[in-house]
Write a protein of this length. Structure first.
Length: 398
C-alpha cells in the first residue's frame, strides 16, 4: 500500500500528450488548445474613440472656446482632416483621425448653432493627450502571444478567437475511453432494484466527469461478477486509450478484476493506497492503454476521480492542475486510523467575512448523497489525528 502522494506521482508519470485535431470555432467550447494563438494585427488596429463626443488636438484646447464643426464620424468609417479643421463629432468605436489626440465626452460639451454653423464649447478645464482614446496596439501588438497551449477554451476565449479571425483551431483530441461497472448487485437505473440490489451510479459519475473535458466515452457497460464476462469486456476495453472499471478490486471472493487484468497482461503499477475512501484503487497499463480500477462505492468513485483521474487527464491535455487552497476548519474532527482521509465540505463565510470549511453529514464511501451540496474535498492528513477549529486544511474544489 502506497501513500496518496506516491500514488498520484505514479499516475501522473504515465500521462502522455494526446494527438491533435482541427475543429471549427463553433465546436471549440470546452476543448483544450494544442497550438499557440498569435495576434494577426494590432488591437485596437487604430486609435479608437472610447466615448461619444468630440475629437480635438490637445494642443488646440482652451476652456470655453467656441469650436465650429461640420462633420461626424461613426464606427466603421474613417476620414482625413481638412485644413484648419479643429474638431469633429465622433462616436464610440470610431477611428480617431490623425492630428487629434483627445476625445471629450458629450456630457462635457455645450452645443449651439449660429447662422447655420454648428459649434461646440467644452466645459472642462484642461485635457490630457490620449484622453478617452484606446491607443492602437495597447491591448495587443501584431505577433503577440494571445492564447497558450493547454488553455481550456471558454466564452472569453471564443470571443478573442473570433476577433482574431480564427475560424479553425488545433485542439487536443480526446482519448478513447471504455467504462465498465461490475457487480452482481448492480442493476440499470431504469430497473426497480430488489432489496439487496443497487442502481448503477458509478458509470454516470465517471461519464459526467469526462464530460467536463469534452470526452464522450466510446463504451459504457455493466457486467456481473462473472470471470468470463469481465474478461471479455476488459479485452475489448484494452483497445481504448483509457479503461476505467468500478468495483471488483477489493479483497472479496468475487473481486475478480485484479487477477483478470494480470492474466490479460496488464502491468500493475500499484494496488491500494493509504487513503479513505478509495483505498482499494488499482492502477496499471498495457502497451498504450491506461487502466484505472476504481472501488465500487459511489463516493469512493467520486473521490478517486477527483484526486487521480482528473489530474491524469489534465496532464495529458497539457493543462495546469486545479489549484488547492488552505482554509480554516469550522469545528473539530477526530480520526481513528492513519489513512489520509478525504471528506466533503462546504465553503461558508462568517459575519466577519472569514471563509471556513464546514463538514457535511457523511456516513462513509457508500453514502449516495455524500457529495451533494458540497464544494469539494477537505484533506485530513495521515500524520494528524485530530483537527481543531481554525486549523488550516487543504481544500480540493470539485
Amino acid at each position: 500500500m502506497i501513500s496518496y502522494a506516491a500514488a498520484l506521482e505514479k499516475i501522473l508519470s504515465e500521462a502522455k500528450p494526446y494527438p491533435k485535431e482541427i475543429v471549427t470555432i463553433n465546436e471549440a467550447l470546452g476543448r483544450v488548445l494544442a497550438a499557440e494563438i498569435f495576434a494577426d494585427r494590432d488591437y485596437p488596429p487604430f486609435h479608437r474613440s472610447a466615448m461619444d463626443g468630440f475629437a480635438i488636438s490637445s494642443k488646440d484646447y482652451a476652456e470655453n472656446q467656441l469650436y465650429p464643426y461640420q462633420r461626424e464620424l461613426s464606427a466603421g468609417a474613417s476620414l482625413n482632416l481638412e485644413p484648419n479643421e479643429k474638431t469633429i463629432r465622433i462616436m464610440t468605436g470610431a477611428p480617431v483621425p490623425d492630428g487629434f489626440d483627445v476625445v471629450i465626452k458629450i456630457e462635457d460639451t455645450i452645443l449651439s448653432e449660429s447662422n447655420g454653423q454648428k459649434q461646440v464649447t467644452f466645459s472642462i478645464k484642461d485635457v490630457k493627450p490620449w484622453q478617452n482614446i484606446a491607443k492602437q496596439g495597447e491591448d495587443l501588438k501584431k505577433g503577440d502571444l494571445v492564447l497558450s497551449i493547454g488553455l481550456k477554451i471558454g466564452t472569453s476565449e471564443i470571443s478573442v478567437l473570433a476577433s482574431l479571425g480564427k475560424e479553425k483551431l488545433t485542439v487536443v483530441k480526446p482519448p478513447k475511453i471504455h467504462i465498465i461497472s461490475t457487480g452482481n448487485e448492480v442493476v440499470p437505473i431504469n430497473t426497480s432494484p430488489l432489496p439487496f440490489q443497487i442502481r448503477d451510479s458509478n458509470s454516470y459519475t465517471i461519464t459526467s466527469i469526462l464530460s467536463k473535458y469534452k470526452i464522450q466515452p466510446e463504451l459504457v457497460t455493466h457486467v456481473p461478477d462473472s470471470e468470463s464476462e469481465i474478461t471479455n469486456q476488459i479485452q475489448q476495453g484494452l483497445e481504448a486509450d483509457i479503461l476505467i472499471l468500478s468495483g471488483g478490486v477489493s479483497m472479496g471472493s468475487l473481486d475478480l478484476v485484479p487477477s483478470i487484468l494480470q492474466k490479460l497482461g496488464v502491468e500493475l503499477i500499484f494496488h491500494k493506497t493509504a487513503i479513505k475512501p478509495g483505498k482499494p484503487i488499482w492502477f496499471g497499463k498495457r502497451k498504450n492503454t491506461i487502466v484505472f480500477g476504481m472501488p465500487g462505492n459511489p463516493f469512493s468513485v467520486q473521490t478517486c476521480s477527483r484526486i487521480f483521474l482528473e489530474p491524469f487527464l489534465r496532464k495529458s491535455f497539457g493543462q495546469n492542475q486545479i489549484p488547492s487552497y488552505k482554509l480554516p476548519y469550522s469545528t473539530t474532527k477526530q480520526k481513528k486510523g492513519s489513512l489520509t482521509e478525504f471528506f466533503p465540505v462546504r465553503l461558508e463565510t462568517t459575519n466577519n467575512d472569514k471563509t471556513y470549511l464546514s463538514p457535511l453529514s457523511f456516513n462513509g464511501s457508500g453514502d449516495v448523497r455524500a457529495g451533494v451540496t458540497s464544494d469539494g474535498l477537505a484533506i485530513f492528513p495521515t500524520e494528524v489525528s485530530s483537527i481543531q477549529k481554525d486549523d488550516l486544511l487543504e481544500f480540493l474544489p470539485w
